[in-house]
Design a protein around this ligand. Structure first.
Ligand code: GMT
Length: 381
């Protein structure tokens, strides 16, 4: 198949899922065209059957806000007309699903055989998409898609709850490359970071408010309070970094906390981790948790959104009520001070990650593309 994939170029979340899907499809001999405003972080090396198309936006003195969605629609229409794509798959509804609808309208009959598939990822539904300033457009664009998928059961249910959706939403979960994300020997790194063989607690995110990074620091402080020698590695960057640094200063634990910034090889850091913390206020799936689990790292998360579909309480780690720092601190101490429990949970984490194995999920997407194409062909005749 000749597949168009539209995504954000981000280091995490939907950008990663879309790019890894593109790479997986290309390995199966599909031709893939990726459309984004910058080269996606995970599109690292040249591949013969992946073409990257950067969305070109002409600025003009009148535009205080250059209309990205229009430039995107224009380029999508070109992709359909000149690259002859069979399927247009957009990741994150805003504005991708809307631009895709417009592209198809522009082409009319010429695009009638090309299904528009929208994958809902998270805040496009739960936060920004539900905001009154976007809600009607999101509702409309989802309903105009020929196929709709969501990355968790929670997100599917939440979409039906918040919007007036007439379409079937198929759940296709996020996935993991088990060969890349596995525990490997990084002893030199561990020695450099933890010369006294301290335990390693890790958090990875884009440091937005919803990720609760200062709370990660507070949970970690409880670990130290219980006399456990440990280091906290914070991976990523974003708006809440300063608040997290401030929390370290308030708790006087800055010497135990390392801010590593954005990193490409997260699996190397996860390889030396003993525990992963993800106390998010909203999380439709929690890809970062899955990456940790695939590296055999137990997870402590908040009990919200799609996280319980990934992290199983008492098996792969623990789930606590939102913002219950004491609960997370107690469980962190429990895991880090009991070697047998830690080993069992590490093994369970890897086992659970295997349920989200990449090739299985890519096959689900391939089958869904075929199904949507078939349905469209029937509609036309
Ligand atoms: O909102 C974000 O953090 C970004 C967003 C995205 O679409 O890039 O992340 C969401 O999608 C990820 C991939 O499907 C999920 O693993 C995240 O849980 C989800 N984030 C939130 O719901 C906050």
């Amino acid at each position: 198949m000749n597949i168009g994939i539209v995504c954000y170029p981000t280091f995490g979340g939907s950008g990663v899922v879309a790019t890894e899907l593109a790479k997986g499809l290309a390995e199966r001999d599909h031709d893939v065209h990726i459309l984004s405003y910058a080269r996606p972080a995970r599109l690292d090396t040249f591949r013969t059957n992946i073409s990257y198309h950067e969305v070109n936006m002409n600025t003009y003195p009148l535009f205080e806000y250059p209309p990205y969605d229009l430039a995107l629609a224009n380029q999508m229409a070109n992709l359909i007309e000149y690259e002859k794509i069979d399927v247009l798959h957009v990741h994150y509804a805003i504005p991708h699903a809307t631009s895709a609808y417009l592209a198809k309208q522009i082409l009319g009959e010429k695009a009638a055989h090309v299904p528009l598939i929208t994958t809902l990822h998270g805040t496009d539904i739960t936060i920004v998409g539900s905001d009154p300033s976007y809600k009607s457009v999101v509702d409309f664009s989802i309903n105009q898609s020929d196929g709709v998928t969501a990355v968790s059961n929670y997100l599917r249910d939440e979409t039906y709850e918040r919007f007036d959706i007439q379409k079937d939403i198929k759940v296709i979960p996020n996935f993991i490359d088990l060969d890349r994300f596995k525990k490997s020997d990084k002893n030199h790194f561990k020695k450099a970071i933890c010369p006294n063989d301290e335990k390693v607690v890790v958090h990875v995110s884009n440091f937005r408010e919803v990720k609760r990074v200062p709370e990660v620091v507070s949970v970690f402080a409880q670990v130290l309070k219980h006399g456990i020698e440990a280091k906290l590695l914070l991976v990523g960057d974003g708006p809440d970094r300063q608040r997290a640094e401030q929390r370290c200063r308030e708790l006087q634990i800055c010497d135990k906390v390392r801010f590593l910034g954005k990193q490409d090889q997260v699996e190397d850091i996860l390889s030396i981790a003993d525990l992963f913390l993800i106390p998010s206020g909203s999380e439709t799936f929690g890809l970062a948790a899955l990456e940790a689990m695939s590296c055999s790292v137990p997870v402590i998360s908040s009990d919200i959104g799609g996280l319980p579909e990934v992290n199983v309480h008492g098996e792969t780690g623990y789930l606590c009520d939102l913002d219950d720092i004491d609960c997370m601190g107690d469980y962190a101490v429990k895991i880090l001070s009991d070697d047998d429990l830690h080993q069992t949970m590490s093994q369970n984490a890897r086992k659970q990650a295997k349920k989200f194995e990449m090739s299985k999920v890519i096959t689900e997407y391939e089958q869904y593309y075929k199904q949507c194409k078939k349905d469209m062909a029937q509609q036309i005749t």
